[in-house]
Design a protein around this ligand. Sequence first.
Ligand SMILES: *Cc1c(COP(=O)(O)O)cnc(C)c1O
Length: 710
Amino acid sequence: MLSDSEVFDLRPRLTALSANLWWGWNTDLDPVFRSIDPDLWTRVGHNPVAFLRDVTPDVLEAAQRNAWVLAQTTHAEKTLREYLESDRHWASSNAPGLQASPVAYFSAEIGVDESLPIYSGGLGILAGDHLKSCSDLGVPTYGVSLLYRDGYFTQQIDADGNQVESYRSLDADRSPIEPIRDANGATITLEFAFGDGSITAELWEAKVGRCSLILLDILDCAPALKPYASRLYGGDVDTRILQEFVLGIGGYRALRALGVRPGVLHLNEGHCAFAALEAVAQRMEETGLPFGRVAPYIVDSVAFTTHTPVEAGHDRFAPGAVLTALRPVIGRLGLSDEEFLGFGRVNPGDPDEPFCMTVLAIKMSHRTNAVSSLHAAVSRRMWQSLWPARRVSDAPVGHITNGAHLNTWVAEELSQLYADSLGPNWKHHVGDADLWRRIESLDDFDLARVKLALKQRLLDFVATREDERNQRLGLDDSPSEFRFDVLTIGFARRVASYKRALLLFDDMDRARQILTDPKRPVQIIFAGKAHPADEPGKAISRRLVEISRDPVFRNHVTFIEDYDKPVTSRLIQGCDLWLNTPRRPLEACGTSGMKAVFNATLNCSTLDGWWGEAYDTLNGFAFGEGRIHESEEAQDRHDALALLNVLEREVIPLYYDREDEDIPVRWSRRVKHALKTLAWRYNSDRMVKDYTMRVYLPAAKKLTADVRCT
Ligand SMILES: *Cc1c(COP(=O)(O)O)cnc(C)c1O
């Protein structure tokens, strides 16, 4: 107990700490809140801003007298301060040139933490992981996105197995964001001419370690669009154009209004491609030079990452709608309507061709990147007609394979265990292949023990979720009786047809035999949201729910509602096997399997996306032989059979092979081999280093070499 004179005012200190999302991937602050009020900390979903809103004065008062709380708070302050002030990071020695010409990273969704719910899934989480690695490595980066007040939908499953969508409003007072203020303390609102009207947007900021995430909050727009403008992927085409206008045009204007002159524009997916046009328009206004002189020079500083070969992932707008919406911008660019539309068309002269944001992004960037080697090959074929004089193999589309942010996804218990083998500073060198070789010395029993504890935590979570759902639906079912000594498979991702969540159940009889084998049983946990407009996807989730409710599969199959970042974490940490069944070659990369690797969970997947280049026959399991069949039906039937075979012949025997021990020794060895061969490579530090050396630095050099567009 501390005396009055020793008590410091804890609230402002914790408020200052909670204002930087750094706490989302570092463990220093978490124990402070946990010890002040553990129940509240759980209730607010580990959101420090919400915690400080809800904590009662007497609880905080008591905490102020707790010497440990104060010491840990001081430690967190010191760690954050050193992190922010240090200039001894990777970029200071490898990319000093970027300090004067920072990267502007545009993305329609950026998922840093669940307390800032402005993302839907893989693309957004990847963007958040990218920004965190930029921060850790010291790559000066401004994230730019929209502040979706209603975010992405929350999923519930009704009594008939249907997905029910609802939108929860963001409470800015409970989120780690602040409006940006000018020198007089006033908030900053930008106004844009849009169509024949105008839009206003207020600027907000989230601090992501050393980086800043600039968010545009759409305040005023056409009344018909207003209800949807605040939803992520929840509106129609007109909403979409509006949002992409604000993201690209507004985003670039926001940076300039804040005094930022980016040296590199990174367009993460085509949604944000208008940003490049705004950069051209501004430079034309500054220099008085025409479009033809300025555009090639801006293009040299723009990088584009394409994320999917799936058609629905590429926005195509009716030419008339784009012309109306962008009328004022087209005027500033000094282009005719046809010239302008040509930038969004493969065949500029075809008046019937819609305006495609991906085409605009490709034409307005110096370099197009796919997100895995296979995806690059597919994208070259997909967009080859943009370069009719070139052969497919010469189409200028390269790749940088995605990565996941290790510190965000690794379980704390495992992280401590890895330190035994990798050394106390291992988290600062996660991209170092030599470091990960040392994982071989990890004790198999320790590894198995920690994994069992994580699995038990997952199973408790599953039981709680099932209980809540049963109560809500008025069912008197008891939760599944899942066991921690049973091989546990996780399958969680967006529910889309090509991901084939039902592949395992193609042959129901054989699936039942395999899962319910009394000697070597299997339990599988599904989760996933279908896009609100994707009816086939919704039918798949309905069928999954139906199977999970079938008494035959009781205690072997379940479906957890509302797949989100916290659900991902629990699953990848607690499962033994991470299953992925995309129809090759439609999974551009996939990142959840990388998060699984960090957590000593083995992958079993078709040879699609990242797994096509990562699998070495011993670091997990594969099925389908990397073949692409003539018809989808043939491919699905073949892969379904191959999946059951690999489970029956390889996965299950390996897991239950105990070599006279009571832990799966050979399984543990394979896990260590997976960590050794995969963790250093498929993490976002390696990805950001690749982007910096191959894309950002060359782009920034060109820009600074030629400031006046001579
Ligand atoms: C990682 C992640 C994804 C992406 O997973 P894929 O394997 O690429 O499908 C989607 N949603 C959430 C919430 C995630 O954490």
